[in-house]
Structures are given as structure tokens and as C-alpha cells.
Ligand binder design. Structure first.
Ligand SMILES: Nc1ncnc2c1ncn2[C@@H]1O[C@H](COP(=O)(O)OP(=O)(O)OP(=O)(O)O)[C@@H](O)[C@H]1O
Ligand SMILES: [Mg+2]
Length: 510
């Protein structure tokens, strides 16, 4: 169906069109050039009315509505269309931009179902449906899971726009395929996810497996307390790590420093007392988190399952240590397993994970921050660079993209980007993604909940889609304060009533 014509000055990658109806931003169209059908995406759309061009006051505006109504030529629908390339080539996975710009007068057509399905909804292994095209609604939108495990994924948007919903959806689909997903759940968002093959684990830290810097972080010794840090380093010996009674042995070593007659060590005495207090306190405060007898934390993660590691009970520093520890171990394990598989290393043991893993870090601005070097960031960056070779994919999720480290963000081969208003965030995303998607990024302010721009290697072409809602989950919906207050009001009435009854009863008893 002919819906418009190319007008004005065309370029090989960009044309302007006048159309018979307003075209939607994000809608795909066909430019029917003599060289062949070209696929384009509406990047900007404008409507103007001749009758309203010079209107200067209310009366003129009122009159103009009547003129506009009777004049069938009154409206001008202009669309700016980005060119992706020849349709038949795109359907075979190649993007060939026409050498000659589409000539003005070239018809613009509505694409058929077949035109779009081969590109956005391929029937190939590894592609799963996550929703439908936002503007061409009857076309399913699929993504290539292989690409996110091999080349990583960034999920970015302002808060409440559907990031965790997409994480749940991908997790559900990967678990269906018996793949291994690990989610670091900082806000306890996923523990109630009701999908088959889920394995919820309260993440704990085994202090034996840490180095002295990490131990000092989980014990919450201040960064500036140099002497306390030094004492902990001296006390945290291999003997302590191997001792059956971990905490007792550690305290014994600190005790040794307290009692030492050495002149230098005597100066440390006050700080050593403080370290002792800190260790005592930590055993009480963090009894559920620090467990020297838990064995290997990774043994709680199950291959072929959706593993939710609940880190919501941990402080930010402890969570950082835990995430870093898991990432380091996962990379090591996958590395060894891959090298062994390729026969370079004698296969001496079985590896924990024999197949690829997809690891998702929520609140990436906390764990992979821009202007701070954290150990979680070190390992995430390493996985972002090397994970591809070993089948370890990283998914980073954030509502503050501007605060996520740009190096790590730029390593993400694919992105799902939902509504974002802040310009700083948009700028950061534009620098992390490829230039083809810049126009789409300009559209981010106008998206609704669940709408997403998909770019990168997990799709054949950048697209605007609406993501399916995962029903198996009570999501992080905005809490209704008013409803909660009403409820607590009712509760207090009940409470008053019952105390009154009690008082009356007491009076009767008297
Ligand atoms: N694709 C969707 N379709 C319809 N509703 C959705 C969709 N995705 C999310 N929602 C709704 O939006 C709300 C917030 O979604 P979600 O928790 O996924 O957002 P988020 O981006 O992870 O937020 P936060 O930044 O706070 O973690 C939920 O109540 C959910 O029901
Ligand atoms: Mg979320």
C-alpha cells in the first residue's frame, strides 16, 4: 500500500517523506526504489496544518478549525526516515546501503508481514520472543540469546520502567532452555519469582576465602583506619584461615599483638583492642552473613537453574565483596573448564559449571561505579573483556546509566533501553552504543512502561518493542502510601477497640 512519497533532498542513509497519514516514530516502512525495496525506520514525525500557519489569536484559531476541516489538503505529514539497507539483503543478515539516494517521488509503502518477520522474528535456534514491535504490533519481537551470553547485555532506564521485568523474562526463558542464570538481587526483587527451575540462595560470605583487604571491608573497618587495617593483616594468617575455630583463632592472633612486648607493636595496642571489638561485634551483627563454616559459596549455585543470590541483607561494602568473589570464582571456573575442553589442560577434575552462564548485576551503578575502583568493578570489567571466550555473559542493569563505568558499559554488545529523561543518562548511553541508534535514543523520553529500544547484536536491526509482562512475579510496583495508611488506620482502630475491651474487662474484674 502506497502511504507516501520521498521528497526534498535525499541521502543514501536518510530521506524525508510526505505521507497520507501521520507516521509513528519507530514504525518501519519500505522505500520502493528502482534498485529494489529499501527498509527504513521513521525517526521523526511532524504534522502541520496550513490553516493554522499564521494564526495569532483565539478567534482566528476557532475559524481555522472549520477551514482545516473542509480542506482535504490542509494537513502535511512529514517523516524523517533512516535507511537500514536493501530489504532482501537485510533478510539475509547483510546491511547494504544504496549507493544512490532514493530519488524524490519514490513511493513509500507499508511493509508486509513477511517483509518484517524474517528480520524481527526469525525462526532460528537461540531466538526467543520477548514482545512485539511497538508500532508494527502484529510482528513478534525476538532476540538472540546466544549473543547476550557471548557479548553481554545492558538494561538501562529510569526507575519503574520495566528493567526487572525484562530480567525476569530472560531468566525464565533461559531456565526453560536449561541454561544457568545468576542474578545478584540487591533489593530482594526476584526471590518471589515464581518460575520453574528457580534456586533462591541467601548469599553469605566465607571469611576464610577472603584476602585481608576484603576481610577488612566486610568487617567494616574504616578505610582511613590504617593501623587497624595493618593489625588485621598481621592477624589474618594462613593458620587462621585453616583453623577449625576461625574467629577464636583470629582473636587469638590479635590478642598476641595486644600482649606483645615489641616496642613497635606496643604502639598498636589501642588499635588492636579496637580490632578485637570489631571482630566481636561482627560475629554478633553479621552472624547470618559471615560464615566460616559454609564451605564453598559457589556450591550453592546450581547449573541449569535460575539462581537468585539474595544480597539484600548485606551492606553495600559487603555486597561488593560478595559480588567480586562470585565473579572472580565464576570466571576462573569457566576459564579452566573451557581450556580443559579445548584439550590444552589435562582434565583433572570436573568443573562446577560445564556450560555457559549468564550473570546479571542489578544496581550496576553501585557495583560498577564510574568514579571509584571497587573490586566488583574490577572483576566485572574483566568478564566484560574476556567472558566471551569462556561462555560467561554479563548483564548489567541500572537506573543511573550516567554513574556506571563507561568502559564496562561500552563492552556490552547489546542493549535494552527503556524510558530515560535525564540528558546525562542519554549522553552516556549514546557514547556506549553504536551511532545507528542515536536517533532512537532521542525517542527515549516518549516511551511508556515496558517499551524498549533494542540495539546491538541480539537483534538484526535496532527496533522499538513492547516487552511482555511477566505474570509470574509480584514486581517492584510503586507502593500505595495512601492505601497503606488507610490499612494502618484500620489496624490502630482495632487495637484501640481491643485495648478498650481489655480495660472494660479489667474494670469488670475489679
Ligand atoms: N513490559 C511491561 N508491560 C507492562 N507493565 C510492565 C512491564 N514491565 C514492567 N511493568 C510494570 O512496571 C512496574 C515496574 O517494573 P520493574 O520493576 O520491572 O521496573 P524497574 O525498571 O526494574 O524499576 P527499578 O528501577 O525501580 O528497579 C511493575 O509494576 C510492572 O508490573
Ligand atoms: Mg528493578
Amino acid at each position: 500500500m502506497n502511504i507516501g512519497y520521498v521528497v526534498g533532498e535525499s541521502k543514501p542513509t536518510f530521506v524525508t517523506a510526505l505521507s497520507s497519514r501521520p507516521l509513528s516514530v519507530g514504525e518501519y516502512v519500505i522505500i520502493d526504489s528502482e534498485e529494489g525495496k529499501i527498509l527504513g525506520l521513521v525517526e521523526k514525525s511532524a504534522v502541520s496544518s496550513a490553516a493554522f500557519a499564521d494564526v495569532r489569536n483565539f478567534e482566528e484559531a476557532a475559524e481555522s478549525t472549520e477551514i482545516a476541516e473542509i480542506n482535504s489538503r490542509d494537513k502535511t505529514y512529514t517523516a524523517h526516515i533512516g535507511v537500514f539497507g536493501f530489504l532482501d539483503k537485510l533478510q539475509r543478515g547483510q546491511s547494504i546501503i544504496p549507493a544512490i539516494p532514493p530519488i524524490p517521488g519514490t513511493p513509500i509503502l507499508q511493509p508486509t508481514r513477511e517483509d518484517l518477520e524474517t528480520i524481527f522474528c526469525p525462526t532460528k535456534d537461540g531466538w526467543i520472543k520477548i514482545g512485539h514491535l511497538l508500532r508494527n504490533k502484529t510482528i513478534d519481537a525476538k532476540v538472540n540469546l546466544d549473543k547476550i551470553v557471548s557479548r553481554h547485555l545492558g538494561i538501562l532506564s529510569m526507575t519503574g520502567m520495566g528493567k526487572s521485568n525484562l530480567v525476569s523474562l530472560l531468566t525464565k526463558e533461559i531456565a526453560k532452555l536449561r541454561g544457568t542464570v545468576i542474578i545478584f538481587d540487591y533489593h530482594n526483587d526476584y526471590t518471589s519469582l515464581n518460575i520453574p527451575r528457580i534456586n533462591v540462595v541467601d548469599a553469605k560470605i566465607n571469611p576464610r576465602l577472603l584476602d585481608h583487604e576484603q576481610l577488612s571491608e566486610v568487617l567494616e573497618i574504616r578505610d582511613s583506619a590504617n593501623v587497624q587495617q595493618r593489625i588485621l593483616r598481621m592477624a589474618f594468617t594462613n593458620k587462621v584461615k585453616e583453623s577449625k575455630e576461625f574467629w577464636e583463632k583470629l582473636e587469638e592472633e590479635v590478642e598476641f599483638i595486644i600482649n606483645a612486648e615489641d616496642k613497635k607493636l606496643k604502639e598498636y595496642r589501642t588499635s588492636a583492642y579496637r580490632v578485637q571489638d570489631i571482630i566481636d561485634e561482627a560475629q554478633r551483627r553479621f552472624a547470618d552473613i559471615l560464615d566460616p563454616d559454609m564451605g564453598d559459596p559457589l556450591s550453592f549455585i546450581k547449573e541449569g537453574r535460575a539462581n537468585v543470590l539474595n544480597i539484600s541483607e548485606l551492606s553495600e561494602k559487603q555486597a561488593n565483596v560478595a559480588v567480586a568473589f562470585y565473579l572472580q570464582q565464576l570466571l576462573r571456573d569457566r576459564k579452566d573448564a573451557s581450556i580443559a575442553r579445548h584439550g590444552k589442560l589435562k582434565r583433572e577434575r570436573s568443573y562446577r559449571f560445564e556450560s555457559p552462564i549468564f550473570v546479571i548485576i542489578e544496581e550496576a551503578h553501585v557495583f560498577i561505579p564510574k568514579e571509584q575502583d571497587t573490586s566488583a568493578k574490577y572483576w566485572a570489567a574483566k568478564i566484560a573483556r574476556e567472558g566471551r571466550k569462556f561462555g560467561l555473559g554479563l548483564g548489567i542493569v541500572s537506573q543511573r546509566p550516567r554513574s556506571v563505568d563507561l568502559d564496562v558499559l561500552s563492552q556490552m554488545g547489546s542493549f535494552a533501553i527503556m524510558k530515560i529523561i535525564q540528558e546525562d543518562d542519554q549522553r552516556q548511553i549514546a557514547s556506549a552504543t553504536e551511532s545507528t541508534s542515536r536517533e532512537l535514543i532521542g525517542q527515549l523520553t516518549s516511551l511508556n512502561v515496558g517499551d524498549s529500544v533494542l540495539v546491538g547484536q541480539w537483534v538484526n536491526l535496532p527496533s522499538l518493542v513492547h516487552i511482555e509482562e511477566v505474570k509470574e512475579k509480584i514486581m517492584g510496583a510503586d507502593q500505595s502510601a495512601v492505601r497503606a495508611w488507610a490499612k494502618s488506620e484500620k489496624m490502630s482502630e482495632v487495637a484501640v477497640e481491643s485495648t478498650q475491651k481489655l480495660v472494660q474487662k479489667d474494670l469488670l474484674l475489679d
